[in-house]
Write a protein that binds this ligand. Structure first.
Ligand SMILES: NC(=O)C1=CN([C@@H]2O[C@H](COP(=O)(O)OP(=O)(O)OC[C@H]3O[C@@H](n4cnc5c(N)ncnc54)[C@H](OP(=O)(O)O)[C@@H]3O)[C@@H](O)[C@H]2O)C=CC1
Ligand SMILES: CC(=O)N[C@@H](CCC(=O)OP(=O)(O)O)C(=O)O
Length: 334
């Protein structure tokens, strides 16, 4: 059994982690924590997330002393904001824990990225070198001996799973940047109330045009430039990405199908459509990324869907943990 601590357990991602880890046969949840000042400290997780009633009835505790909280803990999940993870990860690593960070604090290697896109100066450049980017289907070898795993962002997971097989096989024409239009449910912004995310305000709208922090994350890990436009939709969960690309001359629909099949036929959490394209309703609440596509001449449209909180965050974190410790990849996820 591995002892595990979830930091940020009352957030959307943290609560899903608690559900997955609670039913994992090799994991023992030793603590669920929130910030030292949290108004929720002392409450039961299942009072805050009633879907967990009778399943995870543990109290959430304020994280006041990291060294104390880390005692006897093998694995820590940081389901916290980027700045919080940035400060906590080195402390848990120093205590000998394997750290799975769901935030953006360690995903990109260039320090200036954090100043520009996250608004803080990165203090742990050594960890930027050491962190393994947890795009699970593509990183199994590196994950096996990683100490710090930077779980990808929600939009980057869907976007990269859709594009990587095509790029690896050299099918895309580099004269046209892939154009990623992706719509997310409101849970992508976290559980805290804000005016922009309130019921009467949310509509359907693109945001952060040419300036969203997931664009450079996608570009660094795919190795090609892309145009990325996120949209906020008026539904709670899920991301649907519609990605338009140009194929190299002579590339056929069959070549595209083969590239996807070769990449994912043995990857249980990516489901390929041989007919049609996926809809959001078929992945919400599930740990999959679903991918379908259509080709017309040299033009290709790929559609990828996922639950932003699951394959886009918690499920992928648990998938990485399963790979890291040699458990079946889908253990507790399916
Ligand atoms: N939601 C999503 O779809 C996705 C989220 N992510 C990333 O995962 C992380 C968590 O996201 P999400 O669950 O949405 O966030 P939420 O805002 O819903 O939850 C954040 C959690 O962190 C706790 N917290 C805040 N400050 C601290 C602190 N100093 N120490 C310990 N706990 C703290 C909060 O509790 P309290 O404030 O009461 O202390 C709460 O439990 C973020 O980095 C996010 O960017 C990544 C991909 C997708
Ligand atoms: C709808 C919404 O607001 N989504 C969030 C992305 C959530 C996420 O994945 O956060 P990180 O990758 O930064 O951890 C956003 O656009 O900032």
């Amino acid at each position: 059994m591995l002892n595990t601590l979830i930091v940020g357990a009352t957030g959307y991602a943290g609560a899903e982690l608690a559900a997955y880890l609670n039913r994992h046969p090799h994991m023992n949840i030793t603590g669920l924590t929130v910030s030292a000042q949290s108004a929720d400290a002392g409450k039961l997780l299942s009072d805050l997330h009633p879907q967990l009633k009778g399943i995870v009835d543990l109290p959430v505790l304020p994280l006041t002393d990291v060294a104390e909280a880390a005692k006897g803990v093998d694995v820590v999940f940081l389901a916290t904001a980027h700045e919080v993870s940035h400060d906590l990860a080195p402390q848990f690593l120093a205590a000998g824990c394997v750290v799975f960070d769901l935030s953006g604090a360690f995903r990109v290697s260039k320090p200036e990225f954090y100043t520009e896109f996250y608004g803080f100066e990165h203090q742990h450049l050594d960890l930027l070198d050491k962190a393994v980017y947890g795009l699970a289907e593509w990183q199994a070898d590196k994950l096996k001996d990683a100490q710090l795993i930077a779980v990808p962002g929600c939009y980057p997971t869907a976007s990269q799973l859709a594009l990587k097989p095509l790029i690896e096989k050299g099918l895309l024409n580099d004269g046209q940047w892939p154009v990623i239009n992706a719509t997310s449910g409101v849970s992508g912004a976290g559980r805290k109330a804000t005016l922009g995310n309130s019921f009467c305000e949310v509509s359907l709208q693109p945001y952060k045009l040419f300036s969203h922090r997931h664009q450079p994350e996608i570009v660094e890990h795919l190795g090609v430039p892309v145009i990325f436009t996120p949209h906020l939709g008026n539904f709670p969960r899920g991301i649907l990405a519609t990605i338009t690309c140009r194929l190299n001359a002579g590339v056929t629909e069959q070549d595209v199908a083969e590239a996807f099949h070769n990449a994912y036929h043995d990857k249980p959490l990516v489901r390929l459509y041989t007919k049609g394209v996926p809809a959001l309703k078929d992945v919400v609440g599930l740990p999959f990324c679903d991918i379908g596509f259509a080709v017309k001449g040299e033009h290709l449209i790929v559609v990828a869907t996922e639950d932003n909180v699951l394959k886009g965050a918690s499920a992928q974190a648990v998938q990485c943990m399963n790979i890291r410790f040699g458990f079946p990849e889908t253990q507790s996820l399916l």
